[in-house]
Design a protein. Structure first.
Lengths: 312, 312, 312, 312
């Protein structure tokens, strides 16, 4: 049975999800899909039934049109048919929780993909999901699954609560952590490391402006080596569009203190990296919900930078 | 009890081993050591009792002087005391096996670190080890442990035979394979990849001249992705000295076919990368021998590019 | 008045010229054009009247079709109309000079863009141009303009002879030489430098196989610093298609010997780099011819790696 | 005759000057020197006669000791003898101009190398130089030579005034501008470009905190292309010490719109880059003064990012 999904936020990440679903339906391609099946659910078993946004232009538009409106700038090689889903006005104060709950359209899963940096708003949407009996997936760095009281209530209600801060399908954190782990496995001693992230999306601009919580999340992802690792101020560069660029340096010492140096440049499209994980989170959330497992499902740990228990 | 070691070849790799042992003894440092203990044996429990070389200058010299003679060009930050070990003339025809066996000085382990590309010579040294009752470690790409008949004889004699072609402690193959594995884990589809290796040692010059067997070894290490991966001709550049440089590119596709690109430059000192693994191979060989386990010890699989059973 | 041009070779470079001319005619764009006018001649004033190739498939085909046939793999974003020019069989022995001369179709300029490495063939085409009264442009590394006797005969005939070995509009040599010159201007002392070139065209494969003359040409381009500069073996990688990749490293010392290091990766499409210069060479040749200036016109010096007088 | 020099600021840049002078005197080396002679004056003809600093530790110390005190972290391979110059307390309010003028020790040239971002202080030192009859060199981004009234008074007094904001001997601006100029010369159309600068000195930290005026200076240096060029927020990373790192990207289009891409990483020691230019500015200032040429000497234009007339 298809998964009914409501998306909060109609930015580039939601756009990448919508466009990717259309492309996979049209072509049957399996390129770039991490898990073809989760609990019997394929990628194209996800169906969007409601979407929420704040932009005047997007509210009232068909979702297929809204996902391509500026400032969204991510494009896949696919044409979108009308979706039949009209974008609903999102929540601007916590008093509107009931309105949102009523507008979720019977969704099993609510995917929170709004800009980071407004934790009260994020938790209000989670509240709406709870009232409507839906699982909630927080992809932002705001503390939602890390809020012990909220997690307790989802657990008691038998509803899954997934979060916080998705690890991109393939991005700076994964590559950096993997290389640092390789050093460690090989007995190479880290001297210093830095990463510089550049991006051109609105989400990225938002990160630059609310940089601190994001930086903390990145450090959680880097683990024990954090003391020797510098994460430079993020650089917002509009001309990059939906691309994100990482410059990574690692200096280390091998046998007898011999020098080892590594420089890496990574180019990704951040919205695709988010959608490639969101498609798994949504299916994991639906599967847990259908099995009656409330709270934080352990199997998503690898997909989250700041799971319950990490620093807020 | 200390491990008595004979080294075949007094090139940069042996030099890195000798210098590193001196440095760790002098400083007590643990920088760059992969496994502080193997079966109770520390890094400084390895003692060199015999060494073999072909160069007129090195034969007859104290090992501490010989390791610093040209064309060797690897240097650690340590001064070497006289070792008391005089370098013996190595084997130039297979008729000299008995002379070598007699000169091994009671070594438990024979470490073969001569230039790649002369498989008969490599196997003659293994024969000498067998006759002298020593374990044998082949660090070159020549087929020794992959020779089924030789492996059978070591197994029957209760003597360990480790090989072939050591995986550097930290080098091109490890980084490349790790990043390709990360792509795979994340469901990112590889489009193409290349690596270009540049180096300045005599060992490297030798590789360039006997490039084919080395290239095959590299491909064994890259596994299933080999079809999409190009390894460029190796470039010998004397000015690099003991440094080795890798230029690595990976092009791939994520969610919806979105482009992912990675460029990496890695600088290492190859002799240190070899010594950092040789110190483990020697201890693993000694431990297996002391436990009476002949043949190929499975626990070294990660340290070898072309273990028994892979293509010759 | 339009320039009548004959092209020898219907490979990627000729394809880039043909496609570029079509694109500029169709769009009026000026992107990527170095000199909008040369002696009153615009880019689109060049008209191809004859073309020669060796491939069975290309001979007899319309030039617009032939330029897109494999192994050609360079593509611009333009559709080609039929050209009306049928590709003629090229010269395979020096006895065919008269046949070629007769088939040049009244061309004012003959552009030699065949694979490097066959100097006799190159000079035979130059001979044909001479007999037909056309200017000759040698874009390959073969010695044509560097042949003093040939140059003397062109000069006496009042026909321009341009060569040898075009400097790409923007490529490895330009970037490398520019950075080395900057070091020198700034009083920074070069320690060492290397370049590694990778490519995927047939022309590039040909270079790899006839690497020596090319390497000499590169060294001519690098000038006085050549002693400290290493050019690695070229790497042919079919998956690169028409792209060419340069990895460049420069190590130097500034004030007080302080270390300076630079690493650069450059990606270009080689056929576009050739066409962007050929369009200037053809106009310079035509202008010199129309002014009655025979021999080597000094104003092309910047566009040639190995002008008359440099080593053969 | 030797040049008597007073330095304002005893940070890394002054340290690099002092250490470099000692090294060149001791070794006779010419490595990394841009202009061996200026108006007959060699590098070692510069003699420091007075130095000013604000740090409690440095004031009262011998200059040779003071230049090595933290947070200074730049080191050349040379030992420093006592200089005989005791560091004087610098100016903290503009009322102290006369005290400074009196303490200049008969200097012909005053080199202003204090942190950027305090234009009133910078101009007060210039005032002191004017009163003492010395030439003034402003190496910071603060507007001094760009102050028309101050420039007029130096001109009338027959005293040279050099500034503002030195262009490093070899750094981000030079490399970036050179590559952009090469694109232009070759008719390649710039699409976009970015530079990211990382550093670890106190000067660099100060720049990060007073980033705006510096960024303007950088843009002045990049000229007409500034609209397509993004300069990312500067990243202060203490572990870099005196190193400065540039990540540079250029995207462009060649013939027919074909893509060209360049990525460059540059590592320099910023203090050496400053000292290598300061040694020329000091000699140019002395030469102009000795020739009685007051005001801004045109011959320093290449050494200044924001000469008189550029935006403040």
């Amino acid at each position: 049975m298809k998964i009914k999904l409501a998306t909060i936020g109609v930015g580039n990440n939601t756009s990448a999800l919508v466009q990717g679903l259309a492309l996979y339906r049209a072509t049957g391609s399996a390129v770039g899909i991490r898990r073809p099946e989760i609990a019997g659910l394929g990628v194209t078993d996800v169906e969007i039934v409601a979407a929420f946004a704040m932009s005047e232009a997007k509210v009232g538009a068909d979702l297929s049109e809204a996902v391509l409106m500026p400032p969204n700038n991510f494009r896949l090689d696919v044409a979108l048919e009308p979706s039949g889903v009209t974008v609903t006005r999102g929540l601007s104060t916590v008093d509107e929780v009931d309105r949102i709950a009523a507008a979720l359209g019977g969704a099993e899963v609510v995917l929170y993909s709004a800009p980071s940096g407004r934790p009260e708003i994020a938790r209000a949407y989670a509240e709406a999901a709870l009232r409507a009996g839906a699982a909630f997936v927080n992809t932002t760095a705001d503390a939602v699954a890390r809020d012990p009281e909220l997690l307790r209530r989802f657990t008691e209600a038998g509803l899954p609560l997934l979060g916080d801060d998705l690890t991109s399908q393939f991005g700076a954190s994964a590559v950096h952590a993997t290389l640092l782990r390789l050093l460690e496995e090989r007995g190479v001693t880290l001297t210093s490391s830095y990463q510089v992230n550049l991006g051109g999306t609105e989400d990225f601009r938002n990160l630059v402006e609310h940089g601190e919580s994001k930086k903390k999340s990145k450090m959680n992802a880097l683990g024990a080596n954090a003391g020797k690792v510098a994460v430079a101020p993020l650089g917002y560069m509009p001309h990059l569009g939906s691309r994100k660029i990482l410059h990574l340096n690692i200096e280390a010492q091998g046998w007898g203190g011999a020098e080892i140096a590594m420089d890496l440049k990574l180019k990704v499209h951040d919205p695709a990296g988010a959608a490639g994980v969101n498609i798994d989170l949504v299916r994991l959330a639906a599967a847990a919900k259908r099995e009656g497992r409330g709270g934080y499902p352990g199997e998503v740990a690898d997909l989250m930078k700041s799971p319950p228990g990490t620093a807020i």
